[in-house]
Write a protein that binds this ligand. Structure first.
Ligand SMILES: NC(=O)c1ccc[n+]([C@@H]2O[C@H](COP(=O)([O-])OP(=O)(O)OC[C@H]3O[C@@H](n4cnc5c(N)ncnc54)[C@H](O)[C@@H]3O)[C@@H](O)[C@H]2O)c1
Length: 493
């Protein structure tokens, strides 16, 4: 039996279910990227508002690339899905009811998606499509015109495939129809995610029609957001636990994440917004200091654990937390090498770091190091390299960050410390493989990987001090492995 309007009354009484009249909800937000994170984060905020404050903000959930099954599952269960909070062995479950519609570009066609995006009442298009969905170059935050999908959208602008392409076409249609635009809100882990989104949308619009780009520039806002809640990819084991929570009812669209959640939003919306602050979000004028804090301290330490952990055979973050040297190094990285680069005010960063480490200890989460290690070429710049630039300019030390970068190089070299082959998932995997195959496993490897200009920029790939530090760490990883290298580093911290 499967979760639906019919079966919801049979759920165990501990499960929180929508008590509001779902038929009163209006589709006012189109969300691109119905992945695990959106379900456990933005959708939960909207569900709290509907439950506790009578909000009528409902969602049309859209996947453009991948995730066909997720949309199919949602349609098959009256747009209901469950979100579990996992705290060690203690689980709490809520069924979220704010999705009203669901569409997939390959199944339903892009025309249907554009038809929803051009309804007058659509006020917000929000996005969680991972960094690669923006088709941008992280070193410059500009659009990647060599991206094949972007080339497609330039040649076929009315049948777009990419996130920027779909937004440009929807806004063009709204302009033509004399409708007000919507706000475009990225909830992906990128610094100044609003700025990146605006850059790619304006660049694509300009290619098409400069007057459209001007209209977007003057009428559309792209608020930045900082989002936080650890929501690991759902495994068959998690799926079984979700089913148990639901008293045996199946929910293939269900997800599970940690209890903690945080959302800081730049308050700049052109067509209204839900009262997210009532559900605990912070609406501020400038999100950047918070984004930097989260990207460098949380995501930066996550990536450090991901590469060094995976190499050492630690498959999950909580296993890294069992190794006192990994904890010591990560705490040093957060407080001495990341916190010192930040401009956020009014946050006790020591408390923030300790809270992060406590969250990582949650054995209920089973957050895979492999998942966090994915797409490193798009993640390293904002998680580690920006801070390294700060230290180079200020002549301060960055041993843990240099080790993190070296561990990424070791990881993309393709073998863990036990000699097992690593399944590397990255949009630049072909290029990475070619560089690895063409270089010897010594300083040559480091030089080869540093030639990735869109990751390291001209500055870092030619900075001898940086090259020497990363090379030394790389050779240590090669010679004595990740665990011993981290232990040795800890002796000097
Ligand atoms: N999961 C987390 O713990 C977490 C925490 C904070 C922020 N985030 C942000 O959310 C993003 C998504 O995470 P998730 O856990 O939902 O991942 P997921 O794999 O469950 O979902 C990814 C979503 O992106 C879409 N997508 C992937 N590539 C795309 C492309 N090229 N173009 C258009 N759509 C594309 C897929 O259809 C899917 O809906 C992360 O990359 C991160 O930026 C996640």
């Amino acid at each position: 039996m499967r979760l639906s309007n019919q079966t919801i009354s049979q759920l165990p009484k501990e499960v929180v279910v929508p008590t509001y009249d779902r038929s009163n909800l209006k589709t006012k937000i189109v969300h691109l990227g119905f992945g695990a994170f959106h379900r456990a984060h933005q959708a939960v905020f909207a569900d709290i508002l509907a439950t506790e404050y009578n909000s009528d903000w409902g969602y049309c959930e859209v996947n453009l690339i991948g995730g066909e099954k997720q949309i199919e599952d949602l349609k098959a269960q009256d747009f209901l899905f469950s979100v579990c909070e996992m705290s060690y062995d203690n689980w709490r479950t809520r069924v979220v009811g704010v999705a009203k519609e669901a569409l997939h570009a390959d199944v339903d066609g892009i025309t249907k998606i554009l038809a929803v995006m051009t309804r007058p009442e659509i006020a917000i298009v929000s996005i969680t499509v991972t960094e690669k969905g923006y088709c941008y170059l992280p070193a410059s935050a500009s659009i990647d015109t060599n991206n094949l999908l972007i080339k497609h959208d330039i040649e076929n602008p009315t049948q777009p495939k990419t996130v920027p392409g779909v937004i440009v076409e929807a806004l063009r249609l709204r302009k033509e129809m004399g409708l007000k635009p919507f706000t475009v809100m990225s909830c992906d882990n990128m610094p100044e995610n609003g700025h990146v989104t605006r850059n790619v949308v304006l660049a694509l619009a300009k290619q098409r029609d400069p007057s459209l780009a001007d209209w977007i520039d003057q009428n559309v806002t792209f608020p930045s957001t900082m989002v936080d809640r650890i929501v690991p990819a759902v495994t068959p084991e998690t799926m079984q636990k979700i089913q148990k929570q639901l008293g045996g009812i199946e929910d293939p669209a269900g997800v599970a994440g940690e209890p903690f959640k945080q959302w800081v939003i730049e308050d700049n919306f052109v067509a209204g917004r839900p009262e997210w602050q009532k559900a605990g979000a912070e609406l501020v004028n400038d999100v950047l200091p918070y984004e930097e804090m989260k990207l460098r301290m949380l995501n930066g330490s996550h990536s450090f654990f991901a590469y060094l952990g995976y190499l050492a055979g630690y498959l999950h973050i909580d296993e890294c937390m069992q190794d006192p040297n990994y904890v010591k190094a990560a705490r040093h990285l957060m407080l001495q090498e990341q916190a010192t680069t930040l401009r956020v005010k009014g946050v006790d960063l020591q408390v923030y770091a300790d809270t992060l480490l406590e969250r990582y200890r949650n054995t209920g989460l089973k957050h895979r190091t492999w998942q966090i290690a994915m797409d490193g070429t798009l993640k390293l710049p904002q998680r580690m390299l920006d801070s390294i630039r700060f230290h180079l300019a200020n002549q301060t030390s960055f041993d843990c960050l240099a080790l993190g970068v070296a561990a990424w190089m070791r990881y993309v070299s393709g073998k863990d410390d036990a000699g097992n082959t690593i399944d590397i998932s990255d949009p630049a995997v072909d290029k990475l493989t070619a560089l690895v195959l063409a270089s010897q496993d010594n300083q040559e490897r480091v030089t080869a990987l540093l030639s990735l200009n869109h990751v390291f920029g001209e500055d870092l790939s030619h900075n001898q001090y940086f090259i020497d530090k990363v090379t030394k760490a790389y050779l240590s990883l090669r010679d004595i492995g990740a665990k011993k290298t981290v232990a040795r580093l800890c002796q000097s911290l």
